[in-house]
Design a protein around this ligand. Structure first.
Ligand code: IDP
Ligand code: MG
Length: 143
């Protein structure tokens, strides 16, 4: 067990459904702390870059179009095992497979429009945090 940081995105469908508060509440209830947050509308180039790992997948173009369809809420969560905890709170990629009580089970419309993104490991977490917040964009919790 160790304190980790992870990147979370509330995707355009989650923002459209006014779920920012509900989703942040779930993270905070699980003991995670928000150490950076930003509302933004991704450009095509940003969405393509962020999801570059999926560029050979058949759903890549649709994914980029979905992620640029409206504003997103990007944040960094910090806490014990934050990466795994965030993935647990999110639920499986396909809401049909997601456990009861997870964000995706409760709110996702489909395997594509699934409300939230979360880093899947320490390396991607570091890369994704740097992608949005650089080296000095985090705000340490001094109390
Ligand atoms: P994850 O978000 O649970 O980590 P990934 O496999 O990394 O899932 O896929 C990234 C995103 O691409 C998903 O969250 C979803 O929005 C979209 N996606 C994944 N698989 C499919 C698919 O089979 N069809 C359409 N969209 C998909
Ligand atoms: Mg992923």
């Amino acid at each position: 067990m160790s304190v980790e940081q992870t990147l979370s995105i509330i995707k355009p469908d989650g923002v459209e459904k006014n779920l920012i508060g509900e989703i942040c509440r779930r993270f905070e209830n699980a003991g995670l702390q928000i150490v950076a947050a930003r509302m933004m509308h991704l450009s095509k180039e940003q969405a393509e870059g962020f999801y570059e790992v999926h560029k050979e997948r058949p759903f890549y173009a649709d994914l980029v179009s979905y992620m640029t369809s409206g504003p997103v809420f990007v944040q960094v969560l910090e806490g014990e095992s934050a990466i795994g905890k965030n993935r647990e709170i999110m639920g499986a990629t396909n809401p049909a497979d997601a456990d009861a009580g997870t964000i995706r089970k409760d709110f996702a419309a489909s395997i594509e429009e699934n409300v939230v993104h979360g880093s899947d490991g320490p390396e991607t977490a570091a890369q994704e945090i740097a992608f949005f917040f650089g080296d000095d964009g985090l705000c340490p919790r001094t109390r």
